[in-house]
Design a protein around this ligand. Structure first.
Ligand SMILES: *Cc1c(COP(=O)(O)O)cnc(C)c1O
Ligand code: SF4
Length: 344
């Protein structure tokens, strides 16, 4: 007689995917989204909780496991935790800190498209991010209104096709790599058909916070395109770069992707010559060149991250004494209405 007990089945299923969902999507879905859980996981004192919960109401907490695992438990000042833990300072209004500091709402001719730089356009490929960074200049961006459907993409693609001055498509977000590979492969195939487009650039934090995002499916569409490929990562502190990130970068480079990094200069995260110098060295070990070091955009809720311009210049001068020129990021500010970043 055959008895069907569920126990052996469960044992058999353990560790096996129940659906065809890629590993990275499961990690994205499983990210920590509860401020209490974040504090508990890191063994933080209760006094951090009210601030975390208040900030979470404004812009929700989101931290993938792979990023959380690089934080030091018990340290409320951990440079990675500081980027994702809401503090009570967030809810205090600060003069000059506004919802849309870059006035992007004014540069959106088609849904999901931001055209404010000459020769290149930003396409909002995904409204979501894998991690919610407290200092983000888009923390109040109306993504829902700027997240196009497949049909709306057609209008955006028409705009690109009609403007032969555009040579570079920049996939942005949110985080463009939060979109499915099916959607991204479709989009890149459509972009490839536009003859005056030569470059595809992707601004993403996903290879850092969920390195498993760089899987074979992604490498198939990305490696296969005729477009020249540039990926601009977003890493602020050397502790963000672990072996899994280095391996993801190696896979990207093997697929012909040029890797650059942009950082934001953040109080309490990377506001020291030592942290910035180690970051540049670590990036180079991963095959990534430092590109921009942004000063903070004055977005409401992020004033506590600000580093004054004079101090930013001093830090960069200190960095220049230590590093070769090719490891020096460009210190820049984004000024609304300007067609490029402004060097400080
Ligand atoms: C500045 C910026 C760009 C354009 O960058 P360049 O490298 O100066 O062409 C594109 N996307 C984002 C998100 C930016 O901040
Ligand atoms: S990943 Fe980038 S866009 Fe998303 S919250 Fe962080 S800084 Fe903002």
């Amino acid at each position: 007689m055959i008895t069907r007990s569920p126990a052996p089945l469960q044992r058999h299923d353990e560790g096996e995917p129940l659906t065809l969902q890629p590993a990275w999507q499961a990690q994205l879905a499983g990210a920590v989204r509860d401020p209490r859980e974040l504090c508990r996981r890191l063994g933080l004192d209760e006094r951090w909780l009210p601030g975390a919960e208040a900030g979470h109401e404004l812009f929700e907490v989101r931290v993938p496991e792979a990023f959380l695992s690089r934080m030091r438990p018990g340290d409320p000042h951990d440079p990675l935790l500081r980027q994702v833990l809401p503090l009570d300072e967030e809810v205090r209004p600060t003069p000059g800190y506004v919802a849309d500091p870059l006035e992007e709402a004014a540069h959106t001719p088609a849904k999901g498209l931001i055209h404010k730089y000459s020769g290149r356009v930003l396409l909002i490929a995904s409204p979501a991010c894998a991690v919610n960074c407290r200092y983000c200049f888009r923390r109040h961006f109306p993504y829902a209104e700027n997240s196009p459907s497949m049909a709306q993409w057609e209008a955006t693609l028409d705009t690109l096709r009609d403007d032969t001055t555009i040579h570079e498509a920049i996939l942005s977000g949110g985080d463009p790599l939060a979109a499915s590979d099916r959607r991204l492969a479709w989009l890149v195939a459509r972009l490839e058909e536009i003859p005056h487009l030569t470059r595809l650039r992707i601004h993403t934090r996903l290879p850092v916070v969920i390195p498993d995002r760089i899987d074979d499916t992604l490498l198939t569409w990305l490696g296969g395109t005729r477009l020249q490929k540039v990926m601009v990562l977003h890493i602020n502190h050397p502790h963000e770069i672990d072996d899994a990130v280095i391996a993801a970068c190696a896979r990207l480079r093997a697929a012909g992707v040029t890797l650059l990094n942009q950082s934001v200069l953040l109080r309490g995260v990377n506001d020291s010559v030592a942290a910035l110098a180690t970051l540049s060295e670590r990036l180079f070990e991963a095959g990534v060149l430092p590109y921009y070091l942004h000063v903070l955009d004055p977005v409401a809720g992020a004033a506590h991250f600000d580093v004054p311009d004079d101090e930013a210049r001093e830090l960069v001068a200190g960095l220049r004494e230590l590093l070769p020129g090719f490891l020096m990021p460009r210190l820049v500010r984004e000024i609304p209405g300007e067609g490029s970043k402004t060097p400080l």
